[in-house]
Ligand binder design. Structure first.
Ligand SMILES: Cc1ncc(COP(=O)(O)O)c(C=O)c1O
Length: 447
């Protein structure tokens, strides 16, 4: 048995798979908050290039990956699918556990898959500069890397709590030539307003998105890039599942359980998408989306039209949401602190194809430490959520033979401060109180 299943460069998928046309009962269109009618391409074109907007709306199942993008993806792709034999042994389970190792990208996570594609389409349409937000710092690093490859400028608004927790993410972004500020910042009106009202705010992805959008809408040379949630991001991440399916076939396996952590939903949907057609044809596959109990978008949120940001600058997206004003506590999985969820993931939950679960941060760090001591890679705090769920699945009945595949979305080598806090006993579990969630849901826009 091979521990790792590795594909050759020429076996890398040359097309992305778009799951949208295969979702039963489809996706609801994004709405213009002013008219409550479907958002026009011209309005969206102010902040996104047409190449990405076409993908956002596309009902084509397969879309070619441009040669220029493939060339850069080849730096680390195809990524290995690894059998977690040592973890299986430590758990004493008969289940086979595989992980798709997305931590091998230059910046340490899956985020680079979409960043390269987004930088490419912007460059192709003459854009000079991109603005973006980052939570954990992984997306900001990924876009900084990708913009350096296409000779674009990059400005990153980094959620303040992560900016303070992860100084080396900032250094990484600077190494790739980006400029980074803590969000809320004094560089935008949105940031200045929020700082005046709540000077001590930890920030949130919703605030950082507003700042990056404001930046892009005020400059002709700049467009905006989002690291998750939108259909085109999920499309770019579909390469993860397409490779994983091929690799499982080579190993003579097929997935019974497919797991990923859920922030905005891109790494999970990217792994899951390729398996959805098999599910729809009758194959029994359990898809588990794992979120933190402190930001329980899928398990406690509402499926409704909502803004993607605090300042109400985005179109209205039909998604599970905790309300655009929801500010989650400063847990150590910054990439999972988002009030909304990808419309594609939301629709798959609505159709009962995906099952969401919530887990607490302490059990996740314990799972991450066990993974590091058995498989040798220190996971990002976000990824620890997927590992925890894989362990729950593998130990539910130790004698049950099944194949579990989870997305190892990123490594945690720049997150050691969080591990330090875990060892020092400074981390607490936190369930977001239901009354608070109800309060923030009361601000949903009326449709
Ligand atoms: C390592 C890692 N995993 C997962 C996520 C969650 O994002 P998404 O749900 O879009 O995959 C992030 C977000 O920053 C991340 O950095």
């Amino acid at each position: 048995m091979n521990k790792k299943i590795v594909l050759r460069d020429d076996e890398m998928p040359r097309q992305w798979y778009n799951v949208s046309p295969d979702i039963p009962n489809g996706l609801q269109l994004p709405l213009d908050p002013e008219t409550k009618q479907p958002m026009s391409a011209e309005k969206l074109g102010a902040v996104f290039p047409m190449g990405l907007l076409e993908q956002e709306m596309s009902m084509e199942r397969y879309i070619d990956i441009p040669e220029e993008v493939l060339e850069i993806l080849k730096i680390w792709r195809p990524s290995p699918l690894v059998r977690a034999t040592n973890l299986e042994k430590a758990l004493g389970t008969k289940a086979k556990i595989f992980f798709k190792n997305e931590s091998v990208s230059p910046v340490g996570s899956h985020k680079a898959n979409s960043a390269v594609a987004q930088a490419y389409y912007n460059k192709r349409e003459g854009v000079k500069r991109l603005s973006t937000e980052t939570g954990a710092g992984q997306w900001g690093s990924a876009l900084s890397f990708a913009t350096s490859k296409f000779d674009l400028e990059c400005k990153v608004y980094m959620v303040r709590v992560s900016f303070n927790q992860k100084p080396y993410r900032k250094s990484m972004m600077q190494t790739f030539g980006a400029s980074v500020v803590a969000s809320p910042s004094t560089d935008t009106q949105t940031g200045r307003d929020i700082l005046a009202k709540t000077p001590d705010t930890p920030g949130s992805l919703g605030i950082a998105i507003s700042e990056a959008l404001e930046d892009a809408s005020k400059r002709d040379d700049t467009k905006y890039a989002l690291g998750s949630v939108l259909n085109h991001v999920v499309l770019h991440q579909s390469i993860i599942g397409l490779e994983a399916k091929k690799q499982l076939e080579i190993a003579g396996e097929s997935a019974d359980v497919v797991i990923g952590c859920c922030g905005g939903g891109s790494n999970f949907a990217g792994l899951v998408a390729a398996f959805v057609p098999d599910y729809l044809e009758g194959k029994k596959i359990k898809f588990l989306g794992v979120e933190p109990a402190s930001c329980p978008t899928l398990t406690m949120g509402k499926l409704a039209y909502d803004f993607g940001d605090v300042a109400k600058m985005t179109p209205l997206l039909y998604m599970y949401t905790l309300g655009h004003n929801f500010i989650p506590p400063g847990i150590h999985a910054g990439g999972l602190r988002y009030h909304g969820m990808a419309p594609i993931v939301s629709a798959l939950v609505r159709e009962n194809i995906i099952a969401p679960i919530k887990v607490h941060q302490l059990e996740c760090f314990e799972a991450g430490v066990l993974f590091a001591r058995t498989e040798g890679i220190i996971p990002a705090p976000e990824t620890c959520h997927a590992i925890r769920a894989a362990i729950i699945e593998a130990t539910r009945d130790l004698k049950e033979e099944k194949t579990i595949v989870f997305n190892f979305s990123g490594h945690g080598l720049i997150d050691m401060a969080s591990y330090d806090k875990f060892y020092a006993g400074e981390l607490r579990n936190y369930d977001y109180p239901e009354e608070e969630i109800m309060k923030s849901l009361s601000d949903l826009p009326e449709i």
